[in-house]
Design a protein around this ligand. Structure first.
Ligand code: IMP
Ligand code: MG
Length: 179
């Protein structure tokens, strides 16, 4: 059984999401905000974050999945926009769990431009800056983290661990006391 070493506690996440929500509330005044969560990893962040944005705004979801091969092979990204709300003249904030290589958020941002939004910006809980493979950086992020595989607060390993209230690093059993 794998163990999870806590990297960012539930309390730290809660504080950071409050701060981010306050910043977005300030930055998106007098604009037409649509928060667009990327399924599945963003759902925990999105539900917490929208309750910290004290402006009228809309919520939408898109689904993205990447099928990664070896490290030298670029992963194939599939985007399902079936549930996309009308984005014409909207100020879109794309929300995801993590900005890793940045390919997912960059590809979705580019595809969304075809739907006529007024602006597209990105917000993530985690930014693994050392792994970036695109020009863009996240417009908003809560924590910059080292290049380690993390789970919890929406992030999964093999469809597990999304429900953890904290973000942690998976470790083989015997190396950590956290459960
Ligand atoms: P990117 O396109 O490389 O930025 O990858 C973004 C997606 O990869 C995220 O939405 C996650 O689903 C997944 N991902 C990247 N790093 C991690 C990690 O450390 N733990 C869990 N999922 C990750
Ligand atoms: Mg994901």
């Amino acid at each position: 059984m794998d163990h999870v070493r806590v990297l960012i506690s539930a309390e730290q996440i809660s504080e950071a999401v409050q701060v981010l929500g306050a910043r977005l509330t300030e930055d998106y005044q007098r604009r037409n905000l649509t928060v667009l969560g990327i399924l599945t990893g963003s759902i925990v962040l999105v539900t917490d974050l929208i309750r910290q944005i004290t402006l009228p705004h809309q919520l939408g979801l898109v689904q993205a999945s990447s099928y990664r091969g070896t490290a030298t092979e670029p992963g194939e990204l599939r985007i399902n926009m079936e549930f996309l709300p009308d984005l014409r003249d909207r100020d879109v904030l794309l929300v995801d769990d993590i900005f890793d290589t940045g390919k997912t958020l960059t590809a979705i941002s580019q595809q969304l431009l075809q739907h006529g939004p007024r602006s597209v910006q990105t917000a993530v809980l985690l930014w693994k800056s050392a792994r970036r493979q695109v020009q863009a950086v996240p417009d908003y992020y809560c924590f910059e983290i080292p290049d380690e595989f993390v789970v919890g607060y929406g992030l999964d390993f093999d469809h597990q661990f999304r429900h953890l209230p904290y973000v942690g690093v998976l470790e083989p059993s015997g190396e950590s006391e956290a459960g």
